[in-house]
Design a protein. Structure first.
Length: 178
């Protein structure tokens, strides 16, 4: 059985991106799912001075080990002012101090959602261009616009978007079989 790590790149208790990541992970057949909550990883704000003083925080090392243990990653990116959330960017900064190949070539289903009509398209585009430099193996990507209009506890209510997502999940599943 393949191990999937799923998380929303936000520290919000009510993260719609975490909701989306967990929903999508539940659609991947024959896997065990570990859901990560970024608010559980308390990291100081990265700077070379802090690193020189304290070294790499244990929480960053734990997160790196979790990525190493995975067969695949499902990440849904929250967007703050068109880019990554501060908590996620800070985590990335610490992880690159352990290993620049943060994502370790693991198959990745990369997503974003927001209440707006663009569905986090800006942060998704940024990650799609940046993650490959950190050994991000992006198999598929998906943006869910207008989260509160297109998602309910039953899943994605917009049939066209649900079908598109199912196709992306299938591509991700196939990548896990290789």
């Amino acid at each position: 059985m393949k191990k999937i790590i799923a998380f929303g790149a936000s520290s919000s208790k009510t993260s719609i991106n975490k909701t989306l990541a967990v929903h999508v992970a539940s659609k991947v057949a024959d896997t065990s799912i570990t859901v990560i909550d970024l608010k559980d990883y308390h990291l100081p704000l990265y700077s070379v001075d802090v690193e020189a003083e304290i070294g790499i925080p244990e929480e960053a090392r734990k997160f790196d080990e979790i990525i190493k243990s995975a067969d695949g990653l499902i990440i849904s990116l929250a967007e703050h002012n068109g880019t990554y959330t501060a908590v996620f960017k800070n985590l990335l900064d610490w992880l690159t101090r352990i290993d620049m190949n943060v994502w370790k070539g693991k198959p990745m289903l990369l997503m974003a959602t927001s209440p707006g009509q663009r569905g986090g398209a800006s942060v998704l585009a940024a990650a799609k261009s940046y993650f490959p430099f950190m050994q991000g193996n992006i198999i598929a990507d998906f943006a869910l616009p207008s989260f509160y209009d297109n998602y309910s506890s039953a899943g994605i209510s917009n049939k066209k978007l649900a079908s598109e997502l199912n196709d992306k999940v299938e591509l991700f599943e196939q990548s896990l079989e290789k």
